[in-house]
Design a binder for this molecule. Structure first.
Ligand code: ATP
Length: 362
């Protein structure tokens, strides 16, 4: 029987409230489907560890992550704990960079039972995936920003052919696999090619890649127009790919479409490793109060099982991922859980219990 090694990093703030139940849910579902087991290793990293020890992510912990089949992460960083240069503590960015997790995958879906953010009846059809290039763009030199003097500051954006090709390929393949499941088979490149030459050049790389995927329709959209379109008609999109900073911003808009940050899952995927984590941060304003919505983390855990199942051809793991999503869907639709995030009265423990009960019935 296949055993998947999972590195579990709850991190800071609400990470400690939402990751343990997500890990339990994975164990529950693995028992239910059979066919695979999970060997989970808990790892401490983040701002709280830095405040205590002066180190945010020990090298041996990084190595455990690197050797594992997948990494399940909560959230890292606390506004009150900073690096000497003033930036927040962010081992999750270190993981992205050192493990070359170039595809930031953020599915956006309208779930029944979550108050729709748009009145249009087509809103219920909203189901698309944003792919955020996660290793370069405006983050490429994030530690080297230059404050020239008190009047001028400068950051550099970098796009490379290698970086673009791999994330475009990933996105085309994702559109193909979704097409098999009945989606449109369309990839939208989001950029700002009307203003910046580098984005115009990147369109050429995109068009070259597109030749290998004749079954996928393509289109371009400027990032500012996309911000408006995602508010006006998000249901018209299938897969979209964009530069790092654009993805950082639009993925929060995607979370808003889903009803809140506590609903939005994500995966950062590379050729060898992958991190699964909710889109939100450590939310210190609600930490320790049983207010956090753990659904984004549960859906991220579902993506993890799905990815492992696909990668190693373990159908039970694929099924386990689908079962977690189904349990979430049913709990929301039946209003067994009503997250406080959108006006309900269920706290973290009630949401967890409601979803575990739905899973038990599947
Ligand atoms: P980061 O920059 O690290 O992503 P952030 O500054 O965007 O973090 P978050 O920690 O994500 O901030 O929190 C933003 C807001 O969303 C806060 O008001 C927080 O309480 C709320 N929030 C975040 N996650 C959740 C959640 N799981 N459930 C409920 N509310 C949440």
């Amino acid at each position: 029987m296949k055993t998947f090694k999972i590195a579990v990093l709850p991190g800071d703030g609400i990470g400690n409230e939402i990751v343990p139940p997500a890990a339990d849910l994975c164990m529950d579902v693995a028992k239910k489907t059979g066919g695979f087991t999970l060997d989970m290793t808990n790892i401490e990293a983040g701002a709280a560890l830095y405040a205590r020890t002066g180190v945010s992510f020990p090298e041996e912990s990084f190595q455990v992550c690197k050797q594992s089949d997948a990494i399940l992460l909560g959230a890292m960083g606390l506004p009150s704990v900073r690096n000497p240069d003033g930036r927040e503590i962010a081992p999750q960015l270190e993981l992205r960079e050192r493990l070359q997790l170039y595809a930031g995958v953020r599915p956006v879906k309208a779930y029944k039972g979550v108050p729709p953010v748009l009145a249009n009846s087509k809103f219920a059809e909203t189901n698309f995936v944003m792919v955020r290039e996660s290793t370069e763009g405006l983050f490429a030199f994030r530690t080297n920003g230059i404050i020239e003097n008190d009047e001028t500051a400068r950051e550099v954006m970098q796009l490379t052919r290698k970086g673009l090709k791999r994330v475009y390929d990933f996105s085309f393949k994702l559109a193909q696999s979704r097409k098999k499941r009945g989606f449109q088979g369309k990839l939208t490149l989001v950029d700002k090619a009307n203003v910046f030459r580098s984005f115009k050049w990147a369109r050429g790389v995109f068009d070259e890649e597109a030749k290998n995927y004749q079954d996928i329709k393509t289109e371009y959209c400027y990032v500012d127009a996309m911000a408006m379109n995602l508010v006006k008609n998000p249901w018209r999109y299938d897969v979209m790919v964009m530069e790092n900073m654009f993805g950082d911003i639009l993925s929060d808009l995607g979370a808003g479409i889903m009803g809140g940050l506590g609903m939005a899952p994500s995966a950062d995927i590379g050729d060898e490793n992958a991190v699964f984590q909710p889109c939100h941060g450590s939310a210190p304003d609600i930490a320790g109060q049983n207010k956090a919505n753990p659904i984004a983390t549960f859906l991220s855990a579902a993506m993890m099982l799905d990815w492992l199942g696909e990668r190693d051809n373990v159908p039970q793991a694929l099924q386990a991922g689908k079962m977690i999503e189904k349990a979430v869907e049913q709990a929301l639709e039946k209003k067994v859980v009503r997250p406080q995030e959108f006006g309900g009265d269920s706290g973290t423990t009630q949401i967890t219990e409601g979803i575990r009960n739905e899973l038990a019935k599947l």
